[in-house]
Design a protein around this ligand. Structure first.
Ligand code: THU
Length: 142
């Protein structure tokens, strides 16, 4: 592992700086840390048709899987906030859809990753299975 929790959070923060969020002004960054040391980041990508917005975690997973990173996902860092104040508020936890999206890549690597939800005064460390209990995943299809 060549990343640390701190460097993963720093990568998520840097990714948030590249968010395309002209409608909400809420910039989110996510960083996926894999057992082979690789880190894949994503930022939210909004759309004039609001409902088509892609969350940061979803973008990161799309990048990871389309670039063949399917190793063991060990940790995910998520950070967000209004432009200029990323990380300044309460911890940002992944939305419901992103929990399911993250579950796919976690299942591929056979692991239950730690999700680092970054806030101003605390980093919530939750397992993905805590965030998404009784999940539906690849093995559910038989
Ligand atoms: N957002 C994320 O990127 N990840 C989440 O888990 C929650 C929400 C984005 C979507 C939208 O661009 C903005 O935050 C406000 O909802």
């Amino acid at each position: 592992m060549s990343w640390s929790k701190d460097s993963l959070i720093a990568a998520a923060r840097e990714a948030a700086g590249k968010a395309y969020a002209p409608y909400s002004s809420f910039h989110v960054g996510a960083a996926l840390g894999f057992a082979d040391g690789s880190v894949v980041t994503g930022a939210n990508v909004e759309n004039a048709s609001y409902g088509l917005t892609l969350c940061a975690e979803t973008v990161a997973v799309g990048k990871a899987l389309s670039e063949d990173w399917r190793g063991k996902l060990e940790a995910v860092a998520v950070i967000g906030g209004k432009a200029g104040a990323v990380g300044a508020g309460d911890p940002v936890t992944p939305c419901g859809r992103c929990r399911q999206i993250l579950n796919e890549v976690a299942a591929l690597g056979g692991n239950d990753p730690t999700v680092l939800c970054v806030g101003e005064s605390e980093v919530l460390e939750l397992s993905l299975s805590d965030l998404l209990p009784h999940s539906f995943g690849p093995s559910s299809l038989g």
